[in-house]
Design a protein around this ligand. Structure first.
Ligand code: SF4
Length: 222
C-alpha cells in the first residue's frame, strides 16, 4: 500500500488553467525537486513541513467525502512522491472524477501518458527568472498531449521573449492549451497583453491567478 506525505487537503476554486473558477478538491504533497525564485509554497517544501501520511484509500475517501469532481494533485511536486503513479491510476478508475496533476516540468511525463483519459497534466515551463530553466525536461514539451496544458509564469520582458521562443519551437499553441500568467507583483498583466498583441500570439491565453485576487496572495488552503 502506498503512503503519501500530504501537507494540505481542502476544497476551493481552481485558480488556474482549464478548470479555473470551478470547484476543485486539492491534495498538496510535501516536497519539491526545484527551488524557484518566486515559489509561493516554499513552506510545503521544507524538510520539517508538517504533513500527514495518508494511504491511497484515505486520499480517495477524502475526495469522495467532499463530493467535488475536479481533483487537483499539486505540491511541491506531486510526481516525486513514491507510488504516485499507483495513486493516480487508482483515482482514474473512478470516472466521475476529473484529475489534474500540476507538475513543474522537471519530471518526465512519458510514463504517465497511459493512465486514464480523465487524467490531465498542467505542465509549467520554468522561465529564466525562476532560476530553474535548466532543470526542464524538454521531452515534455515535445510530447505534450492535446488534453494537457502548458503554463508560463513570467516575471519580466526576457521571460516573455523566452515564452514565445518555446511556444514557437515546440508549436505548443497548435498542440494544446497554453497559458501565460504574471508572477504576482513582478510584471503587469497589461504588459503581457501588449506583448501578446505585438507578437500576434493567437491561441495563447492570459491567465489571472484568480485565487490571488480573491484572498491574500499568501493565504494557505485556498
Ligand atoms: S516547482 Fe512549484 S513548488 Fe517547486 S519550487 Fe517551483 S514554484 Fe515552488
Amino acid at each position: 500500500m502506498g503512503k503519501f506525505k500530504v501537507v494540505e487537503k481542502f476544497v476551493s476554486i481552481n485558480g488556474e488553467a482549464r478548470c479555473a473558477g470551478e470547484l476543485a478538491c486539492f491534495i498538496r504533497f510535501a516536497g519539491c525537486n526545484l527551488n524557484c525564485s518566486y515559489c509561493d509554497t516554499k513552506w510545503a517544501n521544507e524538510k520539517n513541513a508538517p504533513y500527514e501520511i495518508l494511504s491511497e484509500e484515505e486520499i480517495y475517501g477524502y475526495i469522495k467525502d467532499t463530493n467535488v469532481k475536479n481533483v487537483t494533485l499539486t505540491g511541491g511536486e506531486p510526481l516525486i512522491q513514491d507510488n504516485i503513479k499507483r495513486l493516480i491510476t487508482m483515482l482514474s478508475r473512478d470516472k466521475s472524477l476529473r484529475i489534474e496533476v500540476e507538475t513543474n516540468g522537471a519530471v518526465d511525463l512519458k510514463e504517465y501518458y497511459d493512465i486514464g483519459d480523465n487524467v490531465t497534466f498542467t505542465v509549467d515551463y520554468k522561465l529564466p527568472k525562476s532560476g530553474m530553466e535548466d532543470k526542464m525536461c524538454m521531452d515534455n514539451f515535445k510530447n505534450i498531449q492535446s488534453t494537457d496544458t502548458v503554463k508560463f509564469v513570467v516575471s519580466d520582458y526576457n521571460d516573455l521573449l523566452k515564452t514565445k521562443e518555446i511556444i514557437d519551437r515546440y508549436e505548443l499553441d497548435k498542440k494544446t492549451m497554453v497559458y501565460i500568467s504574471a508572477c504576482f507583483r513582478e510584471i503587469k498583466n497589461e504588459d503581457i497583453v501588449k506583448f501578446m498583441i505585438d507578437n500576434n500570439m493567437n491561441s495563447v491565453r492570459l491567465q489571472l491567478q484568480i485565487h490571488k485576487y480573491i484572498w491574500s496572495p499568501d493565504k494557505k488552503g485556498v
